[in-house]
Design a binder for this molecule. Structure first.
Ligand code: HSE
Length: 451
């Protein structure tokens, strides 16, 4: 593409765009760049010329009417010629090297690579700073949902206190099906795989790695502090049972995999940050409880703004392409205007607080001996740990069906606590598990939402 006239009569050089990766998101990005070329040029102030698409193998039919002449296997060469690079390869290498090369050669980069950002973010931001260029990554967290830009820019005059939400669509789908269709974990995962939400190896989603990488990115932006994926306390959903889901239902709650990033204040008034990903029971009245299927939703609580909620599709080729193109237009506009958007901001560098200091609530389900004093004993152990009980529910085991079978002298006891530190709650559960009147600790899950 040579010099072009926009409809405003401005003659400008096109900006050369290199696309790395042509999976479901890349294909949609290429298609939209072509289909909306004219409008995008007007928004940017210069045409965006797609100069090539780097792929691992040529000759694969990727559909979407993309000019086959654009495909190349020489990503490094493509990067050298670009003003703007879109990285959608995923993983660490070669994505990291290609992004570093692009930034060093003066190209701005748009990426959706959450694991790379969560593991190597500082190196990439420093390279962007050194090159005087930009690094944007809206697509890395919650797909189509505009979330990073609102935190970084719209709330730049406020103080974010908490970011809490559902940032993994696959696990939300699995938990939703366990709740609404009564599926067990394995069947719900198989259904998510059949629909293309879960990978053949679903570990990254179900064990919370994907959500932890996103939580690290969100916490870094929200609290102006470098947080890596390793700093995030992570528990996945593979241990969530049909019984947990039924227990949640019995207290008017649903189970969700939550990412929670909080500004915490210690007794001496010093501030810190806690970042965690784990399943939790959420009251059915909480807006996050009604997030169904593979949707994502994130609450942001800021000092002045109060509560904000962001909701939408957290994955998928077309929705994620929307976030990528939004970033591309921003980076391209800044280039045309000779300006730079906000870079990394880590001035606060708040200390990371361990999980034990986090204040939360527990739902504890126990099988206990059904005899006098058992409830009082359990209550005493909980009180001895400084934990206060919110509700207790005792249920008899059902009458045996077989003739002549004895009724078990056991009962099911479900305790929901008031808020306490995670360390105190964990110690409480260990002590309960060690009592001879406790036959089994059937389930332990945190409860989030109103106390
Ligand atoms: N696998 C992710 C999810 C989408 O299920 O939400 C990409 O981050």
């Amino acid at each position: 593409m040579s010099r072009q006239n926009t409809s405003q009569g401005v003659t400008v050089e096109p900006l050369k765009v290199a696309l790395l990766g042509s999976g479901s998101v890349g294909t949609q990005v290429a298609r939209l760049l072509t289909a909306h070329a004219q409008e995008l040029a007007l928004r940017v102030g210069a045409p965006l010329e797609l100069i090539g698409i780097a792929v691992r193998r040529l000759g694969v039919d990727r559909g979407a009417g993309i000019d086959p002449g654009l495909f190349t296997t020489d990503a490094p060469e493509l990067v050298k010629r670009a003003d703007l690079v879109i990285e959608l390869i995923g993983g660490i290498e070669p994505a990291r090297t290609l992004i570093l090369d692009a930034l060093a050669s003066g190209a701005s980069v748009v990426t959706g690579n959450k694991s790379l950002l969560a593991e190597h973010g500082p190196e990439l931001y420093e390279a962007a700073d050194a090159g005087g260029v930009e690094l944007y990554y809206e697509a890395a967290v919650a797909g189509a949902i505009p979330l990073l830009r609102p935190i970084r820019e719209s709330l730049a005059g406020d103080r974010v206190q908490r970011v809490l939400g559902i940032v993994n669509g696959t696990t939300n789908y699995v938990l939703d099906k366990m709740d609404t269709a009564g599926l067990d974990f394995a069947d719900a995962v198989a259904q998510a795989q059949a629909l293309g939400y879960a990978e053949a190896d679903p570990t990254a989603d179900v064990e919370g790695y994907d959500a932890a990488a996103k939580a690290a990115i969100l916490a870094s932006l929200a609290f102006h502090t470098r947080v890596s994926a390793d700093d995030v306390h992570r528990e996945g959903i593979s241990g969530v049972t049909a019984a947990d889901v039924a227990s949640a239902k019995a207290i008017g709650a649903v189970v969700k995999l939550l990412a929670i990033c909080e500004r915490v204040v210690a007794a001496d008034g010093s501030e810190g940050v806690s970042v965690r990903v784990h399943p939790a029971m959420v009251p059915a009245s909480h807006p996050l409880a009604s997030v169904r299927e593979a949707f994502n939703a994130v609450f942001v609580e800021a000092e002045a703004a109060g509560e904000l909620m962001f909701y939408g599709r957290g994955a998928g080729g077309l929705p994620t392409a929307s976030a990528v193109l939004g970033d591309l237009v921003s980076a391209a506009r800044n280039r045309v205007g000779g300006s730079r958007g906000p870079g990394e901001s880590t001035y606060a560098q708040l200390p990371l607080r361990p999980m034990g200091e986090v204040v939360t609530r527990y739902h504890i389900s126990l099988d206990v001996a059904d005899r006098p004093g058992v409830l009082a004993h359990v209550a005493k152990v909980i009180a001895d740990h400084g934990v206060s009980i919110e509700t207790v529910r005792q249920q008899q085991f059902p009458e045996p069906e077989g003739a002549g079978e004895e009724k078990p002298d056991r009962a099911s006891l479900v305790v929901v606590t008031h808020s306490a530190t995670d360390a105190a709650l964990e110690a409480t559960v260990s002590a309960l598990a060690g009592l001879d009147i406790v036959t089994a600790v059937v389930g332990v899950m945190r409860v989030e939402g109103e106390d």
